[in-house]
Design a protein around this ligand. Structure first.
Ligand code: PHE
Length: 474
């Protein structure tokens, strides 16, 4: 074990790195479209309540466990439980889950990078062709782009916590904010943009039903990068003087704000660049929005800006999404890397090399599962649908295990590590937290209704995904 653990250099660095993890494709595309289709302002309100009342306490639990143990998730569960085997399983889950999510997130990041390169090279018309995405993901170029993305992730992570992760976040996050604001400013000054804002924000409470509530909560949970061991790992890199509750609040706020502002870019863009659109037909899948739909929308801009202008806007958009994806993938891959370093005492370089290799093997299997190799494309089937290797990684780790991991950390903190230890850890560096109303709220919620809610989501997801029945069927 290393004598002194790596640390973030500043509070701002930590907040930007954690926010960098949280801000991702979910914020930029998933949230805006989900909100627009599911009640607008009503969805937004509900989402914000979920972020602060349910997800923020879970984030506090993760960060405080990480900082107290000063270890990766497996090491943290093991240390704080005194080595109990049940909690070791939770520890293993918190490093296998991020590794597998890294696998599929890498594949998506590679596509985004490919689209960024293509639009910058002037091939926006090609990208806007409905057949392009299907051929692109089956083509060889995916593998070249994968090498490039891996090289970037490797370069950042081999720099370590302060000179790698923190530095990258300090560069990428402000650039991301600037690009987002520039795009929002541009889009809002276009004709018809306000129709998009209206469609996005006008509250419609009648759209809110049980499955929308479930969807909003899962989205909030995933958007804050919870259940993936990330906040445990990042928590282990902050010092005892840092204010965890204050930092976590800022991370949650930034994440929600970016999601909200992204809506002011996406929806008005759709309405103003392409006024004949029927918004109710928008796909809720971020993937089909980014790769099949938005390029068409950008191309429509050529009528007013010319081809070059339209390509420039598209390129800035893809760069924005790429930056968001890179800071997320770095955070998630750091979890198994930290675990290998902590548990086996190997150097950062060897951990990166070994896990990088494994990541490539799995990611290639995913990349091959879009028609290139039928073994991976038709890997298995459940709930009446054929599932590819990619689908399985997504369904199992992303959709199913995340809420389970959230449930486990809550139970762990309150019933194994114990409330007073949890509170003492949060109080350190945050004198104002002690005795506050928020402390009382966190205390009660983490031990009671939050785990119950996460358990319901977990059971419902298992029922829907694998058995095709919903607990909330109307
Ligand atoms: N929070 C990210 C988002 O909103 C998702 C994510 C983070 C995925 C980290 C993987 C790793 O898109």
């Amino acid at each position: 074990m290393s004598a002194s653990r790596e640390e973030f250099g500043s509070r701002l660095g930590f907040i930007l790195a954690a926010a960098g993890s949280a801000v991702g494709i979910g914020n930029l595309v998933g949230f805006p479209v989900g909100a627009a289709k599911n009640g607008g302002g009503a969805f937004l309100l509900m989402y914000a309540l979920f972020v602060f009342l349910i997800c923020l306490p879970v984030m506090l639990a993760e960060m405080s466990v990480g900082r107290h143990a000063g270890k990766d998730p497996l090491g943290a569960y093991t240390k704080l439980s005194g080595g109990a085997w049940q909690w070791k399983i939770a520890g293993w889950l918190s490093i296998i889950t991020p590794f597998m999510i890294a696998v599929f997130y890498l594949v998506i990041t590679v596509w985004i990078f490919g689209y960024l390169v293509e639009s910058t090279l002037g091939n926006l018309d090609e990208l806007a062709n409905p057949e392009t995405f299907g051929t692109f993901i089956q083509g060889q170029s995916v593998f070249y782009y994968m090498v490039a993305v891996l090289a970037i992730v490797y370069l950042i992570l081999q720099g370590g916590v302060k000179d790698g992760i923190e530095k990258a976040a300090k560069l990428l996050m402000p650039s991301l904010f600037v690009m987002l604001l520039v795009l929002v400013g541009f889009v809002l000054t276009r004709d018809n943009a306000l129709a998009g804002v209206e469609y996005y924000l006008v509250p419609d409470f009648s759209k809110i039903d049980a499955s929308v509530v479930n969807g909003a909560l899962s989205q909030a949970f995933f958007s804050l990068s919870l259940g993936m061991g990330i906040m445990i790992t990042y928590g282990s890199y902050i010092n005892k003087r840092a204010d965890i509750p204050g930092s976590a609040k800022l991370v949650a706020l930034t994440d929600t704000l970016v999601a909200f502002v992204a809506g002011l870019m996406i929806l008005p863009a759709i309405f103003s660049f392409n006024p004949n659109i029927d918004p109710s037909e928008l796909s809720e899948s971020s993937i089909s929005m980014i790769f099949s739909f938005l390029p068409k929308i950008f191309l429509a801009l050529q009528a007013s800006l010319g081809y070059f202008g339209a390509s420039a806007v598209a390129s800035v958009f893809f760069l924005l999404v790429f930056f968001a994806a890179i800071t997320s993938i770095v955070s998630i891959f750091e979890v198994p890397v930290a675990a290998l370093m902590d548990e086996k005492g190997v150097s950062r370089k060897s951990a990166l090399g070994l896990l990088g290799l494994l990541l490539v093997v799995f990611a290639v299997c995913c990349a091959l599962s879009f028609g290139m190799v039928s073994f991976f494309t038709e890997f298995t089937s459940y709930a009446g649908a054929t599932k590819s290797f990619f689908d399985i990684v997504y369904d199992v780790f992303y959709d199913t295990i995340l809420p389970l991991n959230g449930l486990l950390i809550c139970l762990f903190v309150i019933y194994r590590w114990k409330k007073h230890n949890f509170n003492a850890e949060l109080d350190q560096g945050a004198p104002k937290y002690k005795g506050s109303l928020f402390e009382r709220y966190v205390d009660i919620s983490v031990g009671t209704f939050i785990p119950v809610i996460l358990a319901v989501i977990f059971v419902n997801t298992v029922a829907v995904k694998y058995f095709g029945v919903s607990l909330f069927a109307s």
